[in-house]
Design a protein around this ligand. Structure first.
Ligand SMILES: Nc1nc2c(c(=O)[nH]1)N[C@H]1C(S)=C(S)[C@@H](COP(=O)(O)OP(=O)(O)OC[C@H]3O[C@@H](n4cnc5c(=O)[nH]c(N)nc54)[C@H](O)[C@@H]3O)O[C@H]1N2
Ligand SMILES: Nc1nc2c(c(=O)[nH]1)N[C@H]1C(S)=C(S)[C@@H](COP(=O)(O)OP(=O)(O)OC[C@H]3O[C@@H](n4cnc5c(=O)[nH]c(N)nc54)[C@H](O)[C@@H]3O)O[C@H]1N2
Ligand code: SF4
Ligand SMILES: [Mo]
Length: 744
């Protein structure tokens, strides 16, 4: 892959060798420094540099235009293998949102009167350590927990996970990726033996039949959708979604199934593939296990039986199955319509099964492909050191612990022998007062967690809540006892791993406002103040941490020992994992597009992928007479990002979406309720209510409603329930009632 010549490339920091002993607290807390008296990187004036976008997991390359070493604008990188010159509005506006009055610029501590007041970093970090240590000594080490994220650099996540678990001795820490990717992780692990999304984006263009299950690609991943549009094979595009989404409208087949009937539908597709002789028996025999039981399990799910449960016609089901079974390269893609479900893992595995039995694995245009959400959700899966040990090892495996201890050069006894509680268990731990202190980094649970009023109450019960964020106005920061101001995308460096396993570089192209520090620097400073700075002697700067990660990855499916360093990542247009030392010795450079399982060998002990099936679960809160409508939630527009802390700061993005919360309902329901488009209504669930503007649209079937997650009231309504294997919240099914707002 050759990159267009830029003017001058900025210099990356030299290998920093000074020990933390030489570090003073002043240097440690100097914005833009790593405590070594030097800034992250020396940017040359009036040049350009590239960085990957910090919103979604597409991981587009952006070219930043600098004046006097500071970014003044950006354009999509024409040469980056991900986006090929394209970007969505969030990417175009990425710099704008960094300038905002509510940026967190100084540490803030809540005083006795309940006001957040400014204090120095030195005092803030002393407070952080003394309060958490006091809780630990009174209630035990495990009474302090942390919530991490999929939106900081990989090296920052790694630092946080190592500091919290090995340095501060915390056992429980999870991340917002639980809300997002946990189902895919569990499904892949059980089926493939490792959390390994197999695809590369080129597969969007090489496929003859693309199936999107619970994925609104046009809105959630618009540049991936652009890649689909570049497909020259006139592919069949099958969209499985209860709503007629933007993506469904562009499909050749839209299977508008009843919500949460996916597992039945997928088993029926499987049954029809088998009955029609569309199974690749060679692949099944040589590369999978469990086929006889699997075949028996799906036998009763005929298209006719499934028709009743899914609301689709048997012909629609057969047609979709035949399109998949006869395509020379079929690919199946899924996102939150699958992952955020009380039977998400088994549904994801039903997708994996279809790819396996049709031999659609390891070849161009194929795959059972979970699409990631946040810019570094993949980084969190591999490196956050929360439920899995550093580098996707296991805490309960003694060899793994020793290997990680050696790679990190720490005492093995510092590594806990079991993984963390999942996010929901940490929340329950607060209820039982077993968790008394919480440190929240780059996530906004007071808006995004399921059944939000409950969460807010629980956050209020904590003895000490620390929120580390770019903005001091987030819903979670409003509950915090201590706010630590963080630099954001564009103000720090490190790697992000995109949806196709590609490590890309993030750059520091602007100074952070006020005294805000890069998360990396905050972790480094906390290590020092906590008294475990020595453990992190080698963790001087992000690239140094990258080298530690490389050591820990050795021999894992995610082995990156062959990557020469940041410079190579930049030069090659990102590098997908794995890239081992052996690969590097045998090949001049990593190919731009690499997929997994080309040899049909999986990461299970016998090298075979497992065909896993289960019985169908019932919806815990199905609509009834009092709450007759099923509420779906998800992404509303391309210009809104999650809890809107960032996207709401751009005047341009704000023009592209409705300012106030709204609900989409079918015109039939609207006329029955006597509510028209533009009128206000109350949406009421068993847990709370929200005032919203109604939008009547035939894209949502009667009996269902849709609310975007970007407005804080949405999660007042949602029901706290989870997939039993992944513990991922089931955000897309709860029963509500809708009333005109003026009705008493
Ligand atoms: N603009 C924008 N883009 C984003 C994000 C953002 O906030 N804004 N967030 C990013 C993140 S973190 C993520 S995880 C991704 C999410 O990306 P997506 O998963 O594509 O987004 P969602 O809208 O949450 O859900 C996708 C679809 O699932 C459907 N669905 C609901 N219930 C069911 C069901 O039972 N079965 C099926 N088959 N479908 C169902 C919904 O109707 C919806 O259209 O987007 C990423 N990209
Ligand atoms: N009802 C409903 N709820 C949902 C979903 C749904 O579909 N429906 N989707 C779920 C999904 S998939 C996801 S991923 C979650 C997302 O939920 P959250 O993670 O809570 O949402 P964000 O708004 O992305 O929060 C990220 C926070 O990190 C801050 N931040 C950004 N960059 C940095 C940084 O570099 N450093 C620091 N320290 N802070 C930073 C931002 O200002 C923001 O406050 O929401 C989930 N909630
Ligand atoms: S598609 Fe995702 S990565 Fe690309 S510019 Fe938009 S938000 Fe950024
Ligand atoms: Mo997500």
């Amino acid at each position: 892959m050759s990159r267009a010549p830029t003017t001058q490339q900025p210099k990356l920091p030299p290998l920093l060798q000074r020990r933390s002993g030489a570090m003073t607290r002043e240097l440690l807390l100097q914005p833009g420094s790593y405590g070594l008296g030097m800034t992250h990187q020396t940017l040359l004036p009036d040049t350009t540099t590239t960085a990957v976008c910090g919103y979604c997991a597409t991981g587009c390359g952006l070219r930043l235009h600098l004046r006097q070493g500071e970014a003044v604008g950006l354009t999509p990188e024409t040469d980056y293998p991900v986006n090929l010159g394209m970007a969505c509005p969030k990417g175009w506006e990425a710099l704008r949102v960094l300038q905002s009055e509510d940026r967190a610029t100084h540490p803030l501590l809540r005083d006795a009167g309940g006001e957040l007041r400014r204090l120095s970093w030195d005092d803030a970090l002393k407070e952080f350590c003394s309060r958490f240590k006091a809780i630990q000594s009174q209630h035990g080490k495990d009474s302090v927990a942390f919530l991490s994220t999929g939106q900081i650099a990989t090296e920052e996540m790694a630092f946080l996970g190592a500091l919290a678990k090995f340095g501060m001795g915390l056992k429980h820490g999870d991340g917002n990726t639980r809300q997002c990717m946990a189902t895919a992780v569990t499904a892949y692990k059980e089926s493939f033996g490792f959390d390994a999304p197999p695809y590369t984006y080129d597969d969007f263009e090489q496929s003859d039949c693309l199936v999107f299950i619970g994925s609104n690609l046009c809105i959630g991943h618009p540049i991936m959708w652009e890649r689909v549009l570049r497909n020259r094979r006139s592919p069949e595009i099958i969209v499985i979604d209860p709503r007629r989404t933007e993506t469904a409208m562009a499909a050749t087949q839209h299977l508008q199934l009843r919500p949460k009937s996916d597992l039945v539908l997928l088993y029926a597709i499987t049954q029809h593939l088998i009955a029609s002789g569309l199974v690749d028996h060679d692949f099944v025999t040589n590369h999978t296990s469990g086929y006889p039981e699997f075949q028996q399990h799906v036998e009763s799910f005929t298209p006719d039986v499934a028709s009743k449960l899914t609301g689709l016609s048997a012909d629609q089901i057969r047609r979709a199955a035949e399109a998949i079974g006869t395509a020379s390269a079929a690919s199946l893609w899924w996102t939150m319509g699958v992952n955020q479900s009380y039977e998400g893992v088994r549904t994801a595995q039903a997708i994996i099964n279809i790819a396996l039995i049709t031999g659609n694995v390891g070849k161009p245009g194929t795959g059972a492909n979970s699409i990631t959400g946040q810019c570094n959700a993949m980084g969190s899966r591999l490196w956050s050191n929360t439920t899995n040990l550093f580098g996707h090892h296991q805490f309960d495996n003694c060899d793994h612990r020793q290997k990680v201890a050696d790679a990190l050069r720490i005492d093995v006894d510092r590594i806990p022998r079991e993984g963390s509680w999942s996010y929901d268990r940490i929340i329950e731990g607060i209820r039982r007062q077993e968790i008394r202190g919480l440190w929240v980094i780059a996530t906004n649970p007071a808006h995004s967690w399921i059944h939000q009023s409950d969460v807010r109450e629980l956050l209020g019960q904590l003895d000490f809540l620390v929120v580390q964020d770019m903005y001091s106005s987030t819903e979670s920061a409003q509950h915090a006892d201590l706010v630590l101001p963080a630099a954001g995308w564009g103000e720090k460096e490190g790697t992000l791993i995109n949806s196709e396993r590609r490590y890309g570089l993030q750059r520091r192209v602007r100074p952070a406002p006020g005294e805000a520090l890069a998360d990396f620097q905050i972790f480094r400073a906390i290590a020092h103040y906590w008294g475990v700075g020595d453990m992190f002697d080698e963790w001087t700067d992000p690239e140094a941490v990258f080298r530690i990660m490389q050591r820990a990855s050795r021999g894992q499916p995610c082995d990156i020992t062959g990557i020469a360093g940041y410079e190579q990542i930049d030069r090659c247009g990102g590098v997908q994992w794995p890239w081992t030392e052996r690969d590097a010795a045998e090949q001049p450079a990593p190919a731009t597009q690499r997929r997994l399982f080309e040899d049909g060998r999986f990461y299970t002990p016998d090298g075979r992928a497992k065909l896993i099936v289960d019985s169908i679960a019932s919806m815990p809160e199905a609509p009834d007479q009092r709450y007759p409508i099923l509420l779906l939630t998800g992404r509303g527009s391309v210009s809104q990002w999650h809890t809107q802390t960032r996207t709401s700061k751009s005047p341009i993005l704000r023009k592209l979406y409705p300012n106030d919360p709204y609900i989409e309902i079918n015109p039939e329901d609207g006329s029955q309720l006597g509510i028209g488009s533009g009128q206000t209504a109350r949406v009421i669930s068993r847990r709370g209510q929200a005032k919203v503007t109604v939008l009547l649209t035939p894209t949502i079937p009667a009996g269902q409603a849709f609310m975007p997650m970007h407005y804080e009231s949405t999660n007042l309504l949602t029901l706290s329930h989870f997939d039993p294997y992944s513990r991922q919240p089931s955000y897309k099914d709860c029963a509500v009632r809708i009333e005109p707002a003026d009705r008493k």
